[in-house]
Write a protein that binds this ligand. Sequence first.
Ligand SMILES: Cc1cc2nc3c(=O)[nH]c(=O)nc-3n(C[C@H](O)[C@H](O)[C@H](O)COP(=O)(O)OP(=O)(O)OC[C@H]3O[C@@H](n4cnc5c(N)ncnc54)[C@H](O)[C@@H]3O)c2cc1C
Length: 337
Amino acid sequence: MQENFSLKAYNTFGVNAKARYFTEVNSVEELIENLKLSNSQTLPLLFLGGGSNVLFTKDFEGLVIQLNLKGISEEMINENEVLVTANAGENWHEFVQFCLNKNYGGLENLSLIPGNVGTSPMQNIGAYGTEIKDVFVSCKVLNLETLEVEEFDLNKCRFGYRDSIFKQEGKGKYVILEVTFRLTRENHIIKTEYGAIKTELENLGIQNPTIQDVSKAVINIRQSKLPDPKIIGNAGSFFKNPTIPLAQFEDLKLKFENIQGYPNGDFVKVPAGWLIEQCGWKGKQIGNVASHQLQSLVIINATGNATGKEIFDFSTMIIDSVKEKFGIELEREVNMI
Ligand SMILES: Cc1cc2nc3c(=O)[nH]c(=O)nc-3n(C[C@H](O)[C@H](O)[C@H](O)COP(=O)(O)OP(=O)(O)OC[C@H]3O[C@@H](n4cnc5c(N)ncnc54)[C@H](O)[C@@H]3O)c2cc1C
């Protein structure tokens, strides 16, 4: 266990916050040992995967546990399907590539999302028309109160848009140890309707794409649109796309005829990036923090020296101006620590 440990290399924003204590665990036994220790000292706890969805707004006065649980296993369940289970500390993108190398389909649209497998259920990670709930079977979690292992199936996880029980009533109560997915071995379902996948496949000269081709197209699009956190600190989309009542959307349409929206029953999902751009934030920099010039939904540590507080304050300014112009309250997607 290390004391006064800098978390700069452990969060993709590159914020130089400190943890009072920091440790890395390589097995469930080590995890339980550390939990017992922190319970005996009543230390606040924080679990960290890849640090790609957190903003440290201040130093963390407790124990940060980095989950380094590794291992992948497979179980063929019929001619067309396989269950693949990965431990929490497996890197997400490497796991997706592992599955693609075996020609297991279902995760290809989620290529290149940063972070670890164990965090993927937290916000039901999603991209390019797929969410993990589409292929999720179950996850094993450690109940932090009882220190017993429990299993959560699809229903119990209550997945929603960038949401799950682990961000709601289960928040702070469980640590996810492993996740199981049901993937296809043949008869893959190819999803190319979303975003620019079709255009990218055309650019690559591909007419009948395989799951590996879809992954390649998604990687190309992501690399052209999103800043690489290894080069410029960020945590991907900072805000969720808000869902507003249809009546409110229709009122807004009278005032802002170009407003975009995706209807869903009596509600409409509005792209947060568009709202932010309309408020003049795209590419705007204040001090060390900026909204990315290609993607206003992404807040960046523009100079590499931003504090978490500066990034948080910048995000509050964006929330306030969107609220003032459109009457819509943006919600942060990134976890504030
Ligand atoms: C460039 C970029 C692009 C991105 N694109 C997308 C995208 O397309 N779609 C998308 O959904 N997300 C995206 N993200 C966000 C992020 O990659 C995902 O949310 C990812 O799942 C976070 O994983 P992590 O391991 O880095 O989580 P961390 O940041 O380490 O943790 C996130 C939260 O989960 C908790 N936590 C971590 N591990 C566990 C565990 N095992 N058990 C319980 N709690 C845990 C942490 O305490 C924290 O509150 C992007 C981020 C970046 C930087």
